[in-house]
Design a protein around this ligand. Structure first.
Ligand code: G4P
Ligand code: NA
Ligand code: NA
Length: 194
């Protein structure tokens, strides 16, 4: 997506070979005009999937996910994160291990908000090792609902998440794919949509 790539070039900061900081428009300060365009692009991408719900994980996924849900005119469901959870029968839960943070968290969604007739688009800001997105697909599976697709704002294609999810048969659409952050420079992989 052209506007997003331009924004990353202009305002993204390469923190290391593995981390791109996008606090000026996505993770801390949010550009609402760009988010609206991102939402419209995801909505168009998944328009033939009879989507009934958008699912994301708090907190940085919420901005693009909300605009996607708005464009599709369906509810946004925000999975919650907790360090550890006592067993709660009214929740779907999945464990998510973060390689970056080296910690395991539990994510959860109320059973009352996800049903077997739901067609769910999963949206997140970053795709690195894919553990967050995978955990969200597990929650959808527990509800016997369908994953209509996974929309990612920025995929770090040099990490394993994209391959992991695509090998499992999920349709993953990323609006910007980064091939490398080496030498303090953002190098993009081929553009996928719009
Ligand atoms: P994974 O889910 O793909 O396996 O990723 P990982 O555990 O490595 O990511 C941990 C957190 O770091 C996630 O945010 C993720 O969005 C974020 N992240 C991963 N790579 C980058 C990057 O290059 N730049 C930035 N800015 N963030 C990155 P989180 O812990 O879920 O927190 P939140 O920001 O959503 O609240
Ligand atoms: Na995130
Ligand atoms: Na994040």
């Amino acid at each position: 997506m052209r506007e997003l790539i331009e924004k990353i070039v202009e305002e993204g900061e390469v923190l290391s070979e593995h981390v791109l900081k996008v606090d000026r428009f996505l993770n801390h300060q949010v550009d609402p005009v760009l988010m609206k365009r991102i939402g419209e692009t995801f909505a168009k991408t998944f328009q033939n999937e009879s989507v009934t719900k958008v699912l994301t994980l708090e907190s940085s996924g919420i901005s693009p996910a909300l605009m996607t849900a708005y464009a599709l005119r369906v509810p946004l469901l925000i999975a919650r994160k907790r360090k550890s959870l006592t067993l709660q029968n009214d929740l779907y839960t999945a464990k998510v291990y973060s390689f970056t943070k080296q910690e395991e968290i539990e994510i959860s969604v109320s059973r009352s908000l996800l049903h077997e007739d739901d067609h769910v688009v999963i949206i997140d800001d970053f795709l690195a090792n894919g553990q967050a997105a995978l955990g969200l697909t597990e929650i959808v599976k527990q509800a016997n609902a369908k994953v209509a697709g996974i929309g990612i704002v920025i995929e770090k294609a040099f990490q394993d998440g994209g391959t992991l999810l695509r090998n499992r048969g999920f349709r993953v659409v990323s609006l910007a794919r980064i091939a490398s952050l080496q030498g303090g420079k953002v190098q993009f992989a081929e553009e996928v949509v719009c």
